[in-house]
Design a protein around this ligand. Structure first.
Ligand SMILES: Nc1ncnc2c1ncn2[C@@H]1O[C@H](COP(=O)(O)OP(=O)(O)OP(=O)(O)O)[C@@H](O)[C@H]1O
Ligand SMILES: [Mg+2]
Length: 535
């Protein structure tokens, strides 16, 4: 899956891989030179010492130069590739139908994906880098050591493998589980805090901080217990690995002497033993990371290929003439969870350029109908159709639909960080200034255009519920959609503001020929409607 992200970077990455190979090959010769230096010092035959020292310095220098070229290239290009993957994921966020997010914690979706993408980039690129480097290293070391003694080489490889196997079994048995559990606990703690901050007013008004505190402490106690065990495991781990290390080293010396090899060869094997162990360790780490990161690969693949993509808007119907459609819901059966039907075999006709009111008890499905008219949850429709002048909603071009055809004001006012003006205008290139001035009348108790200050980012957070609601209505109307969908738009307003809004709705419906759907549980509000439908 990563191959498609490599385009444009392949040449640079190849240079990186090549530098890695060169530095590994050079590195492989260094212990050999080092052993000669030691031998010169021990035997006090210093004739060649200068030559060896010079070689030692040059080999190290070149090895470091190539290693730093490799490091620099990979550090940069791994980030660039990672960035490309993130961009792709971001686009996929935009494509998901709302049902995808229905039962998900937003933090989990974003955090996991960011971690998963990093894991994938690690598993493919980092491991590839390490593997190629180690392979070059291993081949060169094998060449050097087998020249000296094949038997001792096989013994050294076998002893290092046994050493890694013991270490691996220990960490699999004790470490892995504890690590996974503590990671889960940390996520739980984070979610708890996010939940509290998101709903701080309710938690505080009910004095529920104690609950948060208790839950947090419970998780923390478990975490601390795990970490205490962890520390003990770590201590034993150090003891075991260090002891095995020294035993292996002693065994090589012992076997070397038993087989009557000369000191130079034994010294060489002692110096190279660490390299061999490190290579085997790396290979084991690569194997482990492939197994662990497979979950990430599956997660991201599932996310990218998920059938809930808004691709169901799979056609690009853009009406050529002025499109002011009647809307029809025909024999519609809908369920959020594929089990319980929220709407069953439902029919509704909304005439264009009229105000249609929808009235009904709480939980009857009023907001759901509005969301379906907005093209949300279309995959969840079991039967029936939603038609705009007999064109199925699925065939209407998505950009045209949201930019030109519909605007929506939800039951909860939603504003974005930014100034009041930027919230009103959004990304509109041209807007009707007469309409804009008219809309300002609705919010002139807290906003004057000339006071506008785009840097005043947090003013929006300080608005009251009713002020926010009025802002949302103005924002939707300013876009001059053909169809305006309003879900309980006056629920947080006083009589005076409610009357102002209702008058405005009547005015824009006539003046701008808009089709308006107005949901309310309050029948008196619906008096402005041309038609009222009870659900
Ligand atoms: N995102 C969702 N996932 C699952 N079920 C949902 C979802 N949204 C609403 N429902 C369920 O669908 C039913 C209809 O909900 P809806 O919000 O459409 O009612 P409503 O008529 O707008 O109610 P109210 O007047 O209280 O706003 C309810 O039983 C609700 O529990
Ligand atoms: Mg509702």
């Amino acid at each position: 899956m990563i191959v498609k992200y490599l385009d444009g970077y392949k040449k640079h990455l190849s240079i990186g891989f090549l530098s890695g190979i060169i530095s590994s090959v050079i590195l492989s010769f260094i212990p050999s030179i080092y052993s000669n230096i030691i031998e010169c010092l021990i035997t006090t035959k210093t004739d060649n010492l200068h030559e060896y020292l010079l070689l030692f310095i040059f080999y190290n220098l070149f090895c470091n130069i190539f290693a730093s070229i490799r490091g620099c290239i990979f550090a940069l290009y791994f980030e660039l590739i990672l960035n490309k993957m993130k961009k792709n994921i971001l686009n996929n966020y935009f494509l998901k139908d709302l049902i995808y997010y229905n039962d998900k914690n937003p933090n989990d979706v974003s955090n996991f994906l960011i971690n998963d993408i990093r894991n994938i980039s690690d598993v493919y690129l980092q491991n590839c880098n390490v593997f190629i480097r180690d392979l070059a290293h291993f081949i060169t070391i094998t060449y050097i050591l087998t020249q000296k003694s094949c038997l001792l080489y096989i013994i050294a490889i076998s002893l290092s493998s046994i050493q890694i196997l013991i270490e691996h079994l220990y960490s699999e048995l004790f470490y892995k589980k504890a690590f996974e559990e503590s990671h889960k606990l940390l996520i739980k703690q984070n979610n708890l805090i996010t939940e509290y901050i998101n709903k701080i007013d309710t938690y505080r008004s009910l004095n529920l901080e104690k609950i948060i505190n208790n839950r947090w402490n419970k998780i923390n106690d478990k975490y601390i217990n795990l970490k205490i065990k962890d520390a003990l495991f770590y201590a034993i781990h150090i003891l075991i690995t260090q002891t095995i290390n020294e035993i292996t080293m002693s065994l090589i010396i012992f076997i070397g002497m038993y087989l009557e090899y000369n000191t130079n060869i034994i010294l060489l094997f002692i110096l190279y033993r660490r390299y061999i162990t490190d290579i085997i360790k790396d290979i084991n780490e690569i194997r482990k990371s492939i197994v662990i990161n497979n979950v990430s690969i599956e997660n991201v693949n599932k996310f990218i290929k998920d059938k809930n993509d808004i691709d169901i808007f799979n056609s690009s119907y853009i009406p050529s003439n002025i499109f002011n459609p009647d809307i029809e819901i025909r024999n519609l059966t809908f369920s959020y969870d594929n089990i319980n039907n929220v709407i069953t075999n439902y029919n509704l006709f909304i005439e264009n350029n009229k105000i249609t009111g929808i009235f009904g008890r709480s939980g009857k499905g009023k907001s759901t109908i509005l969301k379906l008219l907005l093209g949300f949850y279309l995959n969840q429709i079991k039967e029936g159709q939603i038609l705009f002048n007999n064109v199925n909603i699925k065939f209407i071009d998505k950009t045209y639909f949201y930019e030109k055809l519909v605007s929506y004001v939800g039951q909860e006012p939603v504003l974005f960080p930014g100034s009041i003006r930027s919230n009103l205008i959004g990304d509109l290139q041209n807007y009707d200034t007469t309409l804009y001035d008219k809309l300002l009348e609705l919010i002139n108790d807290f906003y004057k255009d000339e006071e506008n200050n785009d840097d005043d980012d947090d003013k929006i957070l300080k608005l009251s519920g009713g002020q926010k609601q009025r802002m949302c209505i103005c924002r939707a109307i300013l876009r001059k959609p053909k169809i305006l969908l309003l879900d309980e738009p006056t629920s947080a307003l006083d009589i005076e503001n409610e009357t102002k809004i209702l008058n405005l709705i009547k005015y824009i419906s006539k003046t701008y020929k808009m089709t308006i759907v107005l949901i309310s549980h309050d029948k008196s509000i619906l008096e402005i409607c041309d038609k009222i439908i009870e659900l």
